[in-house]
Design a protein around this ligand. Structure first.
Ligand SMILES: Nc1nc2c(ncn2[C@@H]2O[C@H](COP(=O)(O)OP(=O)(O)O)[C@@H](O)[C@H]2O)c(=O)[nH]1
Ligand SMILES: [Mg+2]
Ligand SMILES: [Zn+2]
Length: 306
C-alpha cells in the first residue's frame, strides 16, 4: 500500500487511540507513530483533540499519525497524577462563546468578564452571547451591553431559543469554525445547542456519562462535527472552566481597554488597584474605561495568587 499522508482532525482521544475525521468526512481510528510519542516532553499528550494531523492508512483499516500541524491555540490543564507538565484538553479553538442569560439566572457582567479573561489567556477569541432575550427588560438593556462589549472589540449576540432568527445568526457564526460554549448552568447552553443543531444533545450526554465513570479522570474533550460545517467542542470541564494561572500584574493584558494605559503607570508591575501614579485608575476616573469592567478587574485580581 502506498503511504500517502492524509490530512485530518482529531475529534476524540482515549489516550492510545485517536478518532480522526478526514477532510472528506470519513472517520478513522489512529495510533501515533513511535517517533511522536516522545516528541514534546512539556506535554503529557503530544497529540490532542482539535489537532490537525497527518496520517497514513494501514492495511488493517487503522491509521498511523505521523505529524501534527502547529496549533493556533490550546486549552490546557496542569497534568494530574503527579505527572509533570501540562495536558492539552483541546486545540485550535476559534470561538469561546461566553453565555449568560438576561434573567433566570440574571447575568453579572463580572461573570462575563471573568470568562472573557479566561479566553484571552488561552488566546481563544471570546464572543459574548446573551440568551433569554425574551426575559430582558427591553432593547435598551441589550444595546447597553452590546455597546460595551462591541466597543471592546468583541463579537456580541443576543438570543432566545424560540427566535429562529437569533439561532440562525449563531449558526452563521459557528459555520466552519470550532466553538466552545462556556458559562454557568441554567443560562440555556444545552437548549441553544439543540436549536442550533437538533439532535446534538445525545453525544453531549454520552461524553458526560463516560467521563463521570472514573473518579480522577481528567476531563475528556470531544469535537462534535456540525452538519452545517464546523465543530462544537464539548467537555464538561471546559463548559464551566475557571481561571488559568495568571499573575496579578499580567491580568490587565487581558483587558483590551487597559492595554493602552498600563504602560504609563509609575510602577512597571502595577496591579492597578492601590498604586500611586496608576494610569489605569486615572482612565477609569476619566471614564475612558467602563466602571463595570474595572470592578470585575478588581474582583478578579484579588482572587489571583500573589
Ligand atoms: N425564557 C427562556 N428560557 C430559556 C431560554 N433558553 C433556555 N431556557 C430555559 O432555561 C433552563 C436552563 O436551560 P439549559 O439549556 O438546561 O441551560 P444550561 O445549564 O446552560 O445547559 C431550561 O428550563 C430552559 O428551557 C430562552 O431563550 N428563554
Ligand atoms: Mg446544560
Ligand atoms: Zn496601574
Amino acid at each position: 500500500m502506498q503511504s500517502v499522508q492524509i490530512k485530518g482532525r482529531v475529534i476524540l482521544s482515549t489516550g492510545s487511540w485517536y478518532s480522526v475525521i478526514a477532510e472528506d468526512g470519513s472517520m478513522i481510528k489512529c495510533r501515533l507513530a513511535g517517533k511522536m510519542r516522545l516528541s514534546d516532553l512539556k506535554q503529557t499528550n503530544p497529540v490532542a483533540v482539535g489537532d490537525i494531523v497527518y496520517y497514513i492508512e494501514n492495511s488493517d483499516g487503522t491509521g498511523t499519525i505521523s505529524d501534527v500541524e502547529n496549533r493556533t491555540n490550546k486549552i490546557t490543564r496542569l497534568a494530574t497524577h503527579g505527572r509533570r507538565g501540562e495536558h492539552i484538553l483541546v486545540s485550535n479553538v476559534d470561538y469561546g462563546i461566553v453565555v449568560q442569560s438576561f434573567r433566570q439566572p440574571a447575568y453579572k457582567t463580572g461573570f462575563i468578564d471573568r470568562f472573557i479573561v479566561t479566553c484571552e489567556a488561552y488566546e481563544v477569541e471570546p464572543v459574548v452571547l446573551m440568551n433569554k432575550m425574551d426575559l430582558c427588560s427591553g432593547l435598551d438593556e441589550i444595546e447597553r451591553l452590546r455597546e460595551l462589549y462591541e466597543g471592546l472589540g468583541y463579537k456580541f449576540f443576543s438570543s432566545d431559543i424560540d427566535d429562529e432568527a437569533s439561532i440562525s445568526r449563531l449558526r452563521d457564526l459557528m459555520k466552519d469554525h470550532t466553538s466552545v460554549f462556556i458559562g454557568p448552568s441554567g443560562v440555556g447552553k444545552t437548549s441553544l445547542l439543540n436549536r442550533i443543531e437538533p439532535g446534538i444533545e445525545k453525544p453531549i450526554a454520552t461524553v458526560s456519562t463516560f467521563s463521570n465513570k472514573g473518579k480522577h479522570t481528567t476531563t475528556f474533550a470531544e469535537l462534535i462535527p456540525l452538519r452545517f460545517g464546523g465543530f462544537l467542542v464539548d467537555t464538561p470541564g471546559i463548559r464551566e472552566f475557571g481561571l488559568v494561572n495568571i499573575e496579578p500584574a499580567e491580568l490587565s493584558l487581558y483587558y483590551p481597554e487597559m492595554r493602552e494605559f498600563r504602560g504609563n503607570c509609575r510602577f512597571y508591575n502595577c496591579t492597578h488597584v492601590h498604586e500611586p501614579g496608576c494610569a489605569v485608575i486615572q482612565a477609569v476616573e476619566n471614564r475612558l474605561i467602563a466602571a463595570s469592567r474595572y470592578a470585575s478587574y478588581r474582583q478578579i485580581v484579588t482572587t489571583l495568587d500573589t
